[in-house]
Design a protein around this ligand. Structure first.
Ligand SMILES: [Zn+2]
Length: 397
């Protein structure tokens, strides 16, 4: 619903915990071996507790460490070798840093152990992988799932009501895409989508706060992973009037550039929108969440009447947003498209997702990474929001 009078507002406290002192450092990652037997080594400055987890479909191996400082680059992604296709690293939740290894096939963890400093290297966490059958991998996944359940409960929404809505300010949620162990799209200039999305989101918040009319909340304020359901839940609990997700795309053709605005739909407007939604919906999988059999999201969804009304408002906001963005940046053709994005599925909060450009295009990437480029997007979003609320207010909302 839009603009209902809300007596109480819950401001949620999650993804905003003050960062703990990152005491442990990861100074290197080394991979050796071949397609049958592979060793993955993490260089650390001390011995740390760890836990691990196997996941199927796709084959993944997850290692959780205490919150660490990554001294191996900000990209959050490294290329693999042997049985490892690729690996990612980053903050998973407050206090927990995570490594996710994408495996080329079913693997068995032969050994995982700590090595004390030797002649050449300091403390190391070593994982030895060997190939195995799909059947025994799936069995190991079950075992690891049971063991893990005993160690840590899956992340729950850590919401605590801390204040009441000061007056009838509109509540806007700005949602920087990706974060932490999920870097999002990689850019030709080396800055990942997660970082650009966060900077743009902060700029939007700054712009919106100028008017004093809005209460602006963000789903994350630092480089940390937040699951898609958690983002939706955040908006719902805050009884938000509007949810704006900020993303940037990447594509094979480096010449393609421009922004696109997306809203939720049962059926995607076109093939490209469908495949983009599929890509964005993979975030939880990329971060090594145990989706328990839930594989790739289908891009068509079932929608009820209440959500249909909300979707009308989402589309209406998009209609204000597209021309405003057009004033400042290049837009793709069909600049308003539809698809089944998981993050846009709050049934009662009008939600829009912006792909603000292509990180695979040098010019777009540079612009999106610049203060000026970020500011112009924020100005456009703020202007669209102003128009949108004026229009819904005229109808008594
Ligand atoms: Zn994205």
């Amino acid at each position: 619903m839009v603009g209902r009078s809300i007596a109480a507002l819950v401001i949620l406290l999650f993804a905003t915990h003050s960062p703990q002192a990152a005491e442990v450092s990861v100074s290197g990652i080394r991979i050796g071996g071949n397609a049958k037997s592979t060793r993955f080594v993490i260089d650390l400055d001390r011995q740390v507790p760890f836990s691990s987890l196997l996941l199927a479909d796709p084959y993944r191996f997850v290692i959780d460490l205490p919150e660490v400082k990554w001294e191996i680059g900000l990209k959050g992604v490294g290329s693999g070798k042997g049985m490892i296709a690729q690996y990612r690293y980053g903050l998973f939740k407050p206090g927990v840093s995570r490594l996710v290894l994408d495996l080329n096939g079913p693997a068995e963890i032969k050994k995982i152990f700590h090595l004390p400093p030797g002649r050449k290297h300091g403390h190391r966490l070593v994982v030895d992988l060997v190939t195995t059958s799909r059947a025994s991998f799936v069995e190991a996944v079950e075992r690891s799932r049971k063991k893990r359940r005993a160690i840590s409960v899956p992340e729950e929404l850590q919401a605590s009501p801390i204040t009441r809505r000061p007056n009838s300010k509109r509540v806007i949620i700005v949602d920087p895409g990706h974060g932490g162990v999920d870097p999002g799209a990689l850019s030709v200039i080396g800055v990942p989508e997660k970082k650009i999305a966060l900077s743009v989101a902060k700029e939007i918040r700054r712009e919106l706060q100028k008017s004093g009319k809005y209460l602006v909340l963000m789903t994350r304020e630092r480089d940390i992973f937040v699951s898609l359901p958690k983002r939706v839940e955040f908006a719902r609990r805050a009884e938000a009037d509007l949810f704006i997700s900020v993303h940037a795309d990447s594509i094979k053709n480096p010449r393609v550039s421009g922004a696109t605005v997306y809203t939720l739909s049962e059926r995607a407007s076109d093939k490209e929108a469908a495949s983009l939604a599929r890509k964005e919906n993979r975030s939880d999988l990329i971060a090594g969440l145990d989706l328990n059999g839930e594989t790739d999201q289908v891009t068509s969804i079932l929608i009820d009447l209440a959500q249909r009304e909300t979707m009308n408002y989402s589309a209406r906001f998009a209609n204000f947003l597209v021309p405003e963005l057009k004033r400042h940046l290049t837009m793709r053709s069909n600049s308003h498209r539809y698809a089944g994005f998981k993050v846009l599925r709050a049934p009662d909060v009008p939600s829009t997702l912006m792909e603000i450009g292509y990180l695979s295009n040098r010019e777009d990437a540079r612009r999106l990474n610049s203060k000026q480029g970020q500011k112009s997007i924020a100005v456009a979003v703020a202007a669209a929001i102003e128009q949108y609320f004026t229009s819904v207010a005229a109808e008594g909302f």
